[in-house]
Design a protein around this ligand. Structure first.
Ligand code: PHE
Length: 450
């Protein structure tokens, strides 16, 4: 067996897990889904589901990884009773992961584009024109493919270096910069006159805005933003050192990610509310923001910091996605890490071709006014991801694992940790599947009633 890399420090694990959890999901997807689904009520549901459904599953995935020291396919094959069925669940999870990486890399490519346009626009005499930059991107599918490939290249090079050399080192350097930029940006954003209205929109729940699809949207987003249901956390768990207490680690990652998400909301909503752009959907962030940035004093520095921040977040998450794919390949194929990283990166860049051409070659492929990219986002995150999470919730609560999981929870034989274990078991066996199935049924009912 190949020697498995471990996190060099406990801090390294947190940085990597949070770096992977925090990404475009918080900054790019959260605003457009929250806006589409009505603000406060959606945000409340999202926070509740993150704690009651996302957290137990995150703990379960980390357990599966730590106990097996394998990635999701092999872990399900070796640890879980009735393993054949679960190996199929795990294969589905990995399949989903490749698709998500491809479209994730595409959006990361967009970020690269805006970052470059922003810089060059300000350096040139003509100034920066956000609408023109967006048009160039929309009309030019091949440019999108090139940007996606460039982003995947950067990701592959970092992942090929290994857990400690590549990932841990990279995130430990980028995270502090990132947090600093975020704090500056939020302070700036909250000083805008629109901030009171933004706070109301974000935190005042208007339940009349809920519909049959809201629970599934909130659930899908929780899984996406916490990187749960992709097997990524199984891989991260497999690099944990023996002493780490998983429930506490899971709790910290969940609270950090949710807090950062709300923080990102505080940064973005004051800007969005000030925007006259009514367009919804994946382009929202890229449409609304630059226009406003142009109107701010020191808008260039503000914008530059924002796009760098966004790109660092996208890169951290892409590294997490690719790392978990590579780890699965390494578990069963006789390839080296570098080869595995290049191979999976190549697969993702080929898959990205379709969504990359969604606004040009395939622009006529639309359902309900939604383009290919939006449909893909909906099907992957609101449809397939909850189903993958459902399968994983059964896998991690399987009979064979239960004793070992209990031992991980109850580390000091105290009543508190025993209680924690029984709560977790209840959540993972009943609450998580119950909420997922109910949300899926509600959405199916909503579709039928249309
Ligand atoms: N959680 C990341 C985000 O919010 C996306 C991601 C999913 C990263 C799965 C790794 C694995 O952007």
């Amino acid at each position: 067996m190949k020697r498995r890399g471990l996190w060099g420090t406990r801090f390294g694990f947190y940085l990597a897990a949070i770096g992977s959890a925090f990404g475009l999901g918080n900054l790019w997807r959260f605003p457009y889904v929250a806006l589409e689904k009505g603000g406060g009520a959606f945000v409340l549901l999202y926070v509740m589901l993150a704690i009651c459904v996302g957290l137990p599953l995150l703990i379960g995935e980390l357990m599966l990884g730590k106990l097996s020291r394998r990635s999701v396919i092999e872990a399900c094959g070796s640890l879980v009773s009735d393993s054949r069925a679960y190996v199929w669940v795990a294969r589905f999870v990995v399949f989903l992961c490749v698709f998500v990486l491809s479209y994730y890399a595409l959006i990361s490519g967009w970020v690269l584009h805006f970052l470059m346009q922003f810089i060059f626009g300000h350096l040139s005499a003509g100034g920066y024109d956000a609408e023109a930059s967006l048009r160039v991107l929309r009309d030019n599918g091949w440019l999108q493919i090139a940007l996606t490939t460039a982003h995947l290249l950067i990701t592959v090079v970092i992942v090929a270096k290994g857990v400690q050399e590549g990932m841990e080192k990279w995130v430990s350097n980028a995270m502090p910069v990132f947090v600093l930029l975020l704090v500056i940006l939020v302070t700036k954003s909250l000083s805008l006159p629109t901030s009171a209205e933004a706070l109301r929109f974000l935190f005042y729940p208007d339940f009349t805005k809920l519909d049959a699809f809201t629970p599934l949207y909130a659930l899908g987003h929780v899984f996406f933003t916490l990187s749960v249901g992709f097997g990524t956390m199984v891989t991260f768990g497999s690099y944990l050192n023996e002493q780490t207490h998983i429930p506490s680690a899971g709790f910290r990652v969940t609270t950090m990610d949710t807090l950062i998400s709300l923080f990102a909301g505080l940064l973005i909503f004051p800007l969005l509310i000030g925007s006259s752009s009514q367009t919804m959907g994946p382009e929202l962030l890229f449409r609304a923001l630059p226009k406003l940035l142009a109107g701010l004093d020191s808008g260039f520095l503000f914008g530059l910091a924002f796009f760098i921040c966004l790109y660092l977040a996208a890169l951290g998450a892409s590294i997490g996605l690719l790392e978990s794919l590579v780890a699965n390949v390494l578990d069963f194929a006789g390839l080296g890490r570098t080869q595995a990283a290049w191979l999976t990166g190549l697969a993702a860049s080929l898959l990205a071709i379709f969504p990359a051409l969604s606004t040009s070659v395939f622009s006529r492929w639309q359902i309900d006014g939604r383009g290919l990219l939006e449909i893909l986002d909906g099907v992957l995150i609101n449809g397939m991801l909850p189903i993958a999470a459902l399968g994983l919730s059964y896998a991690v609560s399987s009979r064979l694992l239960r004793d070992r999981v209990e031992a991980e929870f109850v580390n000091d034989d105290s009543i508190a940790t025993r209680k924690l274990y029984s709560h977790w078991l209840f959540a993972i066996r009943w609450l998580v599947p119950g909420v997922i199935v109910t949300s899926l049924l509600l959405a199916a009912w909503g579709l039928l009633r249309r």
